[in-house]
Design a protein around this ligand. Structure first.
Ligand code: ADP
Ligand code: ADP
Length: 222
């Protein structure tokens, strides 16, 4: 029961002799509800792979099936809708809106949900409580530590209750205590049934993942 399946996936940037072949034929399956780490040296295609798995970008060739849907069959609007429903993203550099409170940052991700504003506010508080930040709902990113900002980013990624949480180096800028807090949240989300996919250089995260995908030279090494 795979939630993601790829076949002969390639991705090149640029053309001709100057092209970078970032992915060179990737076949993989990610089981529903698993905790998967994507590891490998810098510049070998991990982020590119995550972008294709997450429907943020399209492959040069090959296919991605996400929850049974061939992403190549969707137009741009369809792809964006599908991504918004299925996947929550967390990036290394939090990408929070500086002028908004933690709660407002989470609420902005719900604007397209059609839920009434009062329900959105309530849900934002619930999600901030889930990541241990109930008391910081009114704080702006500048008033929070790096680890707290990353927890807001995780709450925001969960706003539309996605089945899959995808993260690119979520602990890249954090000290080890903050990193451990993030790791605990990811393990909790996994135990609640989310599919968690993390691109990481962090051996602690890779060691605690259920499955590790090693990317080297644009291919899966193991
Ligand atoms: P990793 O995440 O493992 O560091 P990336 O997927 O970011 O690797 O990059 C793989 C290769 O593709 C690298 O050579 C990188 O420079 C190149 N690359 C990534 N994104 C782009 C882009 N938008 N345009 C051109 N080259 C890119
Ligand atoms: P990381 O390698 O830490 O995952 P990013 O995801 O921010 O870094 O960027 C992906 C990789 O693609 C980096 O190695 C970056 O240098 C490269 N890259 C991004 N955009 C371009 C671009 N327009 N041209 C060339 N390389 C790019």
């Amino acid at each position: 029961n795979s939630i993601i399946r790829t076949e002969k996936l390639t991705k090149s940037y640029g053309r001709g002799a100057a092209a970078t072949h970032a992915l060179r034929g990737v076949d993989l399956e990610i089981p529903r509800g698993s905790f998967t780490a994507i590891v490998g040296p810098s510049g070998h295609g991990k982020s590119t792979l995550m972008h294709l798995l997450g429907a943020l970008d399209r492959p040069s060739s090959g296919t991605v099936h996400l929850d049974g849907t061939d992403l190549g069959k969707l137009d741009s609007a369809g792809l964006a809708r599908f991504r918004g429903r299925k996947i929550g993203f967390v990036f290394q550099f939090f990408n929070l809106l500086r002028g908004l409170s933690a709660a407002e940052n989470v609420e902005t991700a719900m604007m397209l949900s059609g839920a009434p504003p009062s329900r959105q506010a309530e849900r934002a508080r619930e999600l901030l409580a889930l990541v241990g930040l109930a008391e910081k709902a009114g704080s702006r990113p500048g008033e929070l530590s790096g680890g707290q900002q990353q927890r807001v980013a995780i709450a925001r990624a969960l706003a539309n209750d996605p089945e899959i949480l995808m993260m690119d180096e979520p602990t890249g800028n954090l000290d080890s205590a903050a990193e451990e807090e993030i790791m605990q949240i990811l393990l909790d989300l996994h135990s609640q049934g989310k599919t968690v996919i993390v691109v990481t250089h962090n051996p602690d995260i890779a060691r605690r993942a259920q499955a590790v995908i090693q990317v080297q030279d644009g291919q899966i090494r193991a």
